[in-house]
Design a protein around this ligand. Structure first.
Ligand SMILES: O=c1ccn([C@@H]2O[C@H](COP(=O)(O)OP(=O)(O)O[C@H]3O[C@H](CO)[C@@H](O)[C@H](O)[C@H]3O)[C@@H](O)[C@H]2O)c(=O)[nH]1
Ligand SMILES: [Mn+2]
Length: 742
């Protein structure tokens, strides 16, 4: 039996066959090619024609790289039961949580993330949880301190009754089953009581910030400012006796911030956590979750380790990515931020190539890969490269930390027992200082990379460039769940950030193109990364196309073929629609869900992606830097997160520039349609007047932007502010004038 077990793999990977979809993919591609050829051979050579041709060439390129990404999807199956037979001892895993703002990210959210991690179904003496607080908030610290007291009861409770959902606020929203024993019921009530008490305490201090006493443990937070304070490192919980069934270590880190220093947002925070954890526990694997995610499958560490520790296929895996799934999502995904189809088709698709991109959260990393090792150096370490002088140059001047790097690279683990994080506090504070990374390789060549506000994608790419792979891990029970950005405003901010950050990646030295040419990024994997990092660039073509159809209607000219040629774009549109609809329906998503996502794809790619692209250009030209705008998280106790709120799916607007472009596009299309209806178009040249194709495109845009149209007439947060309408009207006016002159 034991022998048998040894031959079995820890995980298996199978490639899915989606032949029907492939056939449709190809059909669409052929139609795109016919449209392009039609333009080349049968059309007039005018400026609008040329612009349409360029845009459609770009759409064809986008289709090819998208098709390439989705073409060979794979699923992995993990066998955690085999893991115990295979490895003599389970390895250590360091757990990282980042939080940045106690207002946008209420401490109770971070507390729940941390509690769900502490209660993982894994020996507690092998885990250590590190929380980075970029907000330097005494309330976050207070929350964690209180949570650590609760954890002493919560963790044993979860393990005793094999509770599946170990984030208390998720767990207690579920009802107890009637068949449970009286003993369980009593403990359940006790736990619930304690948890309510904990959240009440946290709410009380955040409600009354002025009356907070900065004494004892909290004294260090006195007179600190978010962007100006020394490093604070505190060991909140220490598993001194190395027991496997209590709570793991819990360490709070708020790295030094000074106004003159770049702090590099989340990437900077992750690098500090990497160092502090290296010093204190130095686990060979690290799990990274954002504060808005909680563990939903307590055995997830075992699942991920099946992949990372498989002796055959796991050796060159740098990281294991679990999907982001969301709880309390609003019905039918009105803002298109639940990514169900995206994960299924794109991430699984990339999973069948060199591996999914690193998504910033729900990811298990191999420390050696993060430290910049190549996969073939895994077994023997870096040989000559481990000279202390070189390491200090790369990793900074802390001897103790460099020693831990050598250990990590050579694979010599610390012994499980007898690790005492509190022995390292002084050194941990030193390596969390702003100046520590000066002149080193941190963020430049290894670890979490700086320079883009979408730090995750280049960080993953950088490892794959060295020949590493990555894998998806999707056990039957969802690994992690989180809260999706609540409303339309936050979604737009997030989309703008991604577009901006990804554009910067595409044009930087960490670009996938460079990875294909000079690194070990496989061709098709690199092309998939191009799809991802071209979101910003794509918006330029989408906005141009939208402008082009309006232009055609207003100045009475055309870009679409007339007569039989019109069937090409029409068929293209119909087949594309059926194709995407089929993809959604076959995943059990509703028609409404599909439409909401289609609409959001149009809205975001013609508005905030474009703004993100512009901000990336401004950054690349060195005019001004981009800022990471943290996503607002809903407070679970306020009840606002629940999807049953009747208005949850309504679009909200504010005065930020994010809505100006969208509103302008809507106004321009409306004007164009009105011009057509009133018949006040210009005289057509050579009989080449605007036709049905342009009108349909324009009408489609108005339908997509319908929520904006309603916003024009609504009041309060559901209405588009007058200042935005005014700016957009001005832009629209200039555009229409321009159409009538040219
Ligand atoms: O200066 C900062 C800014 C952010 N964060 C943390 O970064 C995480 C992600 O920020 P969030 O505002 O939730 O951004 P999202 O758009 O929801 O995050 C997605 O996109 C980011 C890149 O844009 C990735 O880093 C994330 O992992 C990914 O979930 C959160 O834990 C924050 O606390 C910091 O630690 N320091
Ligand atoms: Mn988030």
């Amino acid at each position: 039996m034991a022998l048998n077990q040894e031959n079995l793999p820890l995980y298996e990977k199978t490639w899915l066959k989606r032949n029907f979809q492939r056939a449709i993919d190809i059909l669409i591609l052929l139609l795109l090619f016919s449209l392009l050829s039609y333009r080349l051979f049968f059309s007039f050579f005018t400026l609008p024609w040329f612009l349409a041709f360029s845009c459609e060439s770009w759409f064809t390129y986008t289709w090819i790289i998208l098709l390439n990404a989705k073409w060979s999807p794979a699923v992995t199956k993990t066998y955690p039961n085999r893991l115990l037979h295979r490895v003599p001892e389970l390895p250590r895993v360091d757990l990282f949580v980042t939080t940045a703002d106690p207002v946008l990210e209420p401490p109770i959210i971070t507390v729940n993330t941390v509690l769900s991690l502490l209660a993982l179904d894994y020996p507690a003496n092998k885990l250590a949880c590190y929380v980075s607080d970029d907000g330097c908030s005494v309330f976050t610290f207070y929350g964690l301190l209180e949570a650590s007291k609760f954890a002493k009861f919560w963790v044993p409770f979860c393990k005793k009754y094999n509770i599946q959902v170990r984030a208390p606020f998720r767990y207690f929203t579920e009802v107890t089953k009637s068949e449970d024993s009286p003993e369980f019921k009593q403990e359940w009530l006790q736990m619930k009581d304690m948890y309510d008490n904990l959240s009440q305490k946290i709410e009380d201090v955040t409600r009354n910030p002025i009356s907070f006493q900065f004494e004892g443990e909290f004294a260090v937070f006195l007179n600190t400012e978010k962007r100006n304070h020394p490093s604070i490192v505190k060991v909140i919980l220490e598993n001194k006796d190395g027991l496997s069934d209590t709570s793991p270590h819990l360490i709070y880190v708020s790295r030094e911030k000074r106004p003159k220093y770049e702090h590099n947002y989340k990437a900077g925070a992750m690098n500090v956590l990497t160092r502090v954890s290296g010093l204190m526990t130095n686990a060979p694997f690290m799990l990274n979750v954002d504060c808005d995610m909680v563990v939903n499958n307590p055995k997830i560490v075992q699942h991920a380790l099946c992949i990372l520790m498989d002796s055959k296929n796991g050796k060159d895996v740098a990281f294991v990515q679990c999907f982001q799934q969301f709880y309390d999502g609003i019905k039918d995904d009105p803002f298109g931020n639940q990514w169900v189809a995206g994960f299924e088709y794109i991430i699984r698709g990339m999973g069948g190539l060199q591996g999914p991109f690193y998504g910033g959260t729900n990811t298990f990393h191999r420390r050696k890969a993060i430290y910049g090792l190549y996969p073939d150096e895994l077994q023997y370490g870096r040989k000559g490269k481990l000279a202390e002088k070189i390491l200090i140059q790369q990793f900074g001047s802390s001897n103790e930390f460099v020693k831990s790097v050598t250990h990590a690279m050579e694979g010599s683990d610390y012994s499980t027992n007898g690790i005492s994080p509190s022995n390292f506090i002084e050194e941990a504070i030193r390596i969390s200082d702003c100046g520590y990374e000066y002149g080193t390789d941190w963020g430049k060549k290894m670890c979490w990379l700086y320079g883009s506000i979408s730090e995750d994608v280049p960080t993953g790419l950088n490892m794959q460039k060295k020949g590493w792979r990555s894998e998806c891990c999707t056990p039957d029970q969802t690994a992690f769940t989180g809260c999706a950005p609540g409303g339309f405003l936050t979604t737009m901010i997030q989309q703008k950030r991604w577009s901006s950050g990804l554009t910067v990646v595409f044009f930087s030295k960490h670009s996938p193109v460079m990875g294909i040419l000079f690194g070990k990024i496989q061709f098709r994997a690199g092309l998939s990364y191009c799809w991802l990092t071209n979101w910003g660039l794509r918006s330029v073509f989408e906005v141009s196309y939208a402008a082009l159809v309006a232009y055609c209607i207003i100045s009475n000219t055309s870009i679409f073929p007339k007569g039989p040629g019109l069937w090409i774009p029409l068929t293209l549109y119909v087949i594309y629609t059926i194709h995407t609809l089929q993809e959604y329906l076959s995943k059990g998503l509703s028609l409404r869900y599909w439409w909401n996502n289609q609409r959001m794809i149009t809205i975001r790619s013609t508005s905030v992606w474009f703004i993100g692209f512009l901000s990336a250009m401004v950054k690349l030209l060195g005019i001004s830097d981009t800022v990471f705008e943290v996503t607002q998280k809903e407070n679970p106790t306020s009840g606002a997160a629940a999807g049953d709120d009747a208005n949850a799916g309504r679009f909200t607007f504010d005065e930020s520039p994010n809505f100006v472009i969208g509103t302008t596009i809507l106004l321009v299309q409306l004007t164009a349609l009105v011009v057509k209806i009133l018949g006040v178009q210009l005289e057509a040249h050579n009989g080449n007047g605007c036709g049905i194709g342009e009108l349909m495109c324009s009408a489609y845009l108005v339908v997509c932007y319908w929520p904006f149209l309603k916003g024009l007439f609504a009041r309060g947060k559901y209405g588009i502010p007058l200042s935005t309408i005014f700016k957009s009207a001005l832009l629209a006016f200039i555009f229409v004038r321009f159409c009538r002159i040219v």
